[in-house]
Design a protein. Structure first.
Length: 367
């Protein structure tokens, strides 16, 4: 009899302990979610008040039109409506689909890290053969040395490719490139020098310096000194050139060097999806790949990183759902959470246009 009572008492105690553990776990989940919401709100305030910049490749009268999804004009309205319908169809598809999980085959990087020589050959990018004056980063240039918006996009893409090659070779976090190009884009958007008059030489110098600053600030364990960057330019730029551009860039940026990246937003937003650890990792890797594609695409300059992050998550879910997930999370709760907590509408013009552009860039990479 006493044994039975003892066993019953032990069972009750175990149940009470389990209830306490479950209650504690539930409480921790609530606290973690609150912390995540607070972090995202702070990141979005930073993005809006400090780190947002216009698309310097567009004429000023087009900036507002672009951010609003190009609503002006009948053709733009038709395009936006088509994209909204496509997103809604994607959401319905994901909410209703149930497929068997198979091993993930996901790209781990945007650009190949198998490079034989990371030295930067100025002859491949620089058409202006004049050397920068060591006392000033402002080079002399003629009209034929200036770059159009289309040319700027090509130079920027090449420098982005080079930057990823450098960080891969030196085992630097690839997200550092995103930070570097935030520096570069804000510098070009804020600088008093008209971007259409900047020489290709100065653009190259600014790109290299932005990467140098990002590594210097965020990758302190890596010994990539200013001398290393001068060597990588094959001595086309001197240490004085890079140092002068560094000071000029820091002054233009007002020493604001901690931008929230699209990948940082994606990490936080994923907590609002009911995912297993395997699903979360698969989505994060795929979203990371897409954020790297977005960094190199000059048409997305000026788009909010939070919007790019949401678009990469939606794109990743729709892509992985065909082969990789045993079950898919409902996007309805994800949509409600982003709208209620952060006023982010996943069907907005901006996000649907980013989705359209990511689809185009991704297809061009995988052809």
């Amino acid at each position: 009899m006493s044994v039975a009572i003892t066993a019953q008492t032990a069972t009750q105690n175990n149940n009470e302990e389990n209830n306490l553990v479950n209650s504690s776990s539930f409480h921790d989940d609530i606290l973690n979610k609150d912390d995540t919401i607070d972090r995202i709100i702070i990141m979005m305030k930073q993005e809006k008040l400090i780190y947002h910049h216009k698309n310097y490749r567009l004429p000023p009268h087009l900036h507002e039109s672009q951010l609003n999804g190009g609503k002006e004009g009948k053709s733009s309205q038709n395009c936006d409506e088509t994209m909204r319908l496509a997103v809604e169809e994607c959401i319905r598809f994901v909410n209703n689909l149930c497929v068997t999980m198979s091993p993930c085959k996901i790209e781990s990087s945007c650009f190949s890290s198998n490079i034989e020589d990371i030295d930067f050959d100025p002859k491949e990018l620089v058409t202006n053969k004049k050397r920068c004056d060591s006392s000033s980063t402002a080079s002399t240039f003629s009209e034929e040395d200036s770059i159009t918006a289309q040319q700027l996009g090509r130079w920027r893409c090449k420098m982005c490719t080079w930057a990823f090659q450098v960080v891969d070779q030196f085992n630097v976090n690839r997200e550092t490139v995103s930070i570097a190009f935030s520096f570069l884009d804000r510098y070009l958007a804020t600088s008093s020098e008209p971007v259409e008059l900047i020489s290709t030489e100065k653009f190259q110098l600014a790109s290299m310096t932005a990467l140098y600053i990002a590594i210097k600030v965020f990758e302190q364990n890596h010994s990539l000194s200013i001398y290393t960057f001068a060597d990588m330019s094959r001595e086309y730029f001197s240490v004085d050139d890079l140092g002068a551009m560094e000071m000029e860039m820091l002054e233009v940026l007002q020493w604001r060097l901690n931008p929230p990246t699209a990948l940082a937003f994606a990490r936080e937003f994923l907590s609002f999806l009911p995912l297993s650890s395997q699903q979360r990792q698969a989505l994060l890797v795929k979203s990371g790949y897409l954020t790297e594609l977005a960094v190199g695409d000059s048409s997305l300059i000026g788009c909010r990183y939070s919007s790019i992050a949401v678009a990469t998550i939606l794109f990743s879910i729709s892509y992985l759902s065909f082969n990789d997930f045993k079950f898919l999370p409902s996007l309805s709760e994800f949509e409600k959470s982003l709208l209620s907590h952060f006023n982010i509408d996943i069907r907005s013009h901006e996000i649907t246009n980013i989705l359209d552009r990511l689809d185009h860039v991704y297809r061009s990479q995988t052809l």
